[in-house]
Ligand binder design. Structure first.
Ligand SMILES: [Zn+2]
Ligand SMILES: [Zn+2]
Length: 365
C-alpha cells in the first residue's frame, strides 16, 4: 500500500509500505476512505513531538471500511463503515473505565501517527477495534462525520465543557483556526449570550462570523482586552478558550476572563507560558487543560445525524489520497490558501477508476 511517511523533522514522503496485518486478536484492518491532516501533524513535522519515530505513517483522523477483523473482535465485520478517531481505548484500564480514554494506560490514547502507524494511508491497523471505532450510520456521508475524529470532540470537551459554558455566558475564543471554529460551533449548543472570536487573520474571523460568532476582534488592529471589557460592562468574559498554543495567547485568556471565570486551554503548547498567579489568585479564576477523551463522540454523532450540528464547512480543500503530499503543502500554507481542513479522498472501490488502477498495478485485496 501507499502511505504518508514521516522521515524526521522536515521530512515526509508518499511511499510504498507493507500492507498492515492483524497483530493482536483485538485488531481490525481498515481501508481508509477519507482522511484529513491536523495541525498536530505539522507540529510533528517541525520536530515538536520527538516520540514520533522516523518511518511512522502520519495521520489520526479518518473514515474507512473494515476489511478484516481479529478473532476477538465481536461487534464489527468486514464491510462496516467506521469513524477511526484520534483516541484509541483499551476499554479495560482505570482511565478507560472512567471514560478518560485520552489517558489510557492499556496501550490506547493518542497512538495513531504518534506511537504506531497512522491513517494517512490506503490501509491501517486499528488496535482495540471494538472499543475504539464508531460505526457510521448509512445515511451519513464521510464529510459529515470526518471531523468527529478530532476537532469536534476536542473543541467540545477540552474547550466548551471544561470551560463550564452556560446559557447567557460570554465566551471569548482566542484563535479561530479549525479548533477555535469548532469551539464556536459547539458553544452554540449552549445558547451563550455572546461568542467573541479573536484572531489575527481576517479570513478566519469572517469564517467565525459565518459559523455564529457574535463579535470578532482582529488583535493586530485593536486590543482584545479593552474590547472584551467594553462588551461585558467592564467585567471580562465568563469563559475564555485558548485555541492557539503559544504563551501570549494563554496569557491573553487569563487577562480576558472575569473574576470567578474559567480559562480552558485547548492549544498544544511547545513552550512554557507565564501564569500570573500574583494577579489571578484573588480573582477565583479556574484554569483547565487537557487532551481530548472522545467520550462525547457518540453524542456529537447523534447531533450530526439529527441535523443539529454541521461540520462540513470546515472542508475547504479536497485532494485524492494519492496527492497527500500536495495536500500537506496547501494545509501548511494556510495563511495564503485559507485552508481549514483538507479532505483526502480515496478512489471509491468499484468505481471505473479503481478498477483500472487495480488492473494496472495488479493490486487486489
Ligand atoms: Zn488532529
Ligand atoms: Zn485504557
Amino acid at each position: 500500500m501507499k502511505a504518508l511517511v514521516y522521515h524526521g523533522p522536515g521530512g515526509r514522503s508518499w511511499e510504498e509500505k507493507p500492507d498492515p496485518v492483524i497483530e493482536e486478536p483485538t485488531d481490525a484492518i481498515v481501508r481508509i476512505d477519507s482522511a484529513t491532516i491536523c495541525g498536530t501533524d505539522l507540529h510533528i513535522l517541525k520536530g515538536d513531538v520527538p516520540e514520533v519515530a522516523p518511518g511512522t505513517v502520519l495521520g489520526h483522523e479518518a473514515v474507512g471500511t473494515i476489511v478484516e477483523v481479529g478473532d476477538a473482535v465481536t461487534t464489527l465485520e468486514p464491510g462496516d463503515r467506521v469513524l477511526v478517531s484520534c483516541i484509541t481505548s483499551c476499554g479495560r484500564c482505570r482511565f478507560c473505565k472512567d471514560g478518560r480514554y485520552g489517558l489510557c494506560t492499556g496501550g490506547g490514547g493518542w497512538i495513531f501517527g504518534h506511537l504506531i502507524d497512522g491513517l494517512q494511508a490506503e490501509y491501517a491497523r486499528v488496535p482495540f477495534a471494538d472499543t475504539s471505532v464508531y460505526k457510521v450510520p448509512d445515511e451519513l456521508d464521510d464529510d459529515q462525520v470526518l471531523f468527529l475524529a478530532d476537532i469536534l470532540p476536542t473543541a467540545y470537551e477540552v474547550g466548551v465543557l471544561n470551560a463550564g459554558l452556560g446559557p447567557g455566558d460570554t465566551i471569548a475564543i482566542v484563535g479561530v483556526g479549525p479548533i477555535g471554529l469548532a469551539t464556536v460551533l459547539t458553544a452554540k449548543l449552549y445558547t451563550p449570550g455572546r461568542i467573541v472570536a479573536i484572531d489575527l487573520a481576517e479570513s478566519r474571523l469572517a469564517k467565525a462570523r459565518e459559523l455564529g460568532a457574535h463579535a470578532t476582534i482582529n488583535s493586530s488592529e485593536e486590543d482584545p482586552r479593552e474590547r472584551v471589557l467594553g462588551l461585558t460592562d467592564g467585567l471580562g468574559a465568563d469563559v475564555a478558550v485558548e485555541a492557539v498554543g503559544i504563551p501570549e495567547t494563554f496569557e491573553l485568556c487569563a487577562d480576558l476572563v472575569r473574576p470567578g471565570g474559567r480559562v480552558a486551554n485547548v492549544g498544544v503548547h511547545g513552550h512554557p507560558a507565564t501564569l500570573h498567579l500574583e494577579k489571578l489568585w484573588i480573582r477565583d479564576v479556574t484554569i483547565t487543560t487537557g487532551l481530548v477523551d472522545t467520550f462525547t463522540t457518540p453524542r456529537l454523532l447523534k447531533l450530526i445525524a439529527d441535523g443539529r450540528l454541521d461540520a462540513t464547512p470546515f472542508a475547504t480543500h479536497r485532494f485524492p489520497l494519492q496527492e497527500t503530499m500536495a495536500a500537506y503543502d496547501t494545509f501548511a500554507a494556510a495563511a495564503e490558501t485559507d485552508a481549514l481542513k483538507v479532505v483526502l479522498e480515496a478512489v471509491p472501490v468499484g468505481s471505473d477508476r479503481a478498477e483500472k488502477e487495480a488492473a494496472l498495478v495488479g493490486h487486489h485485496r
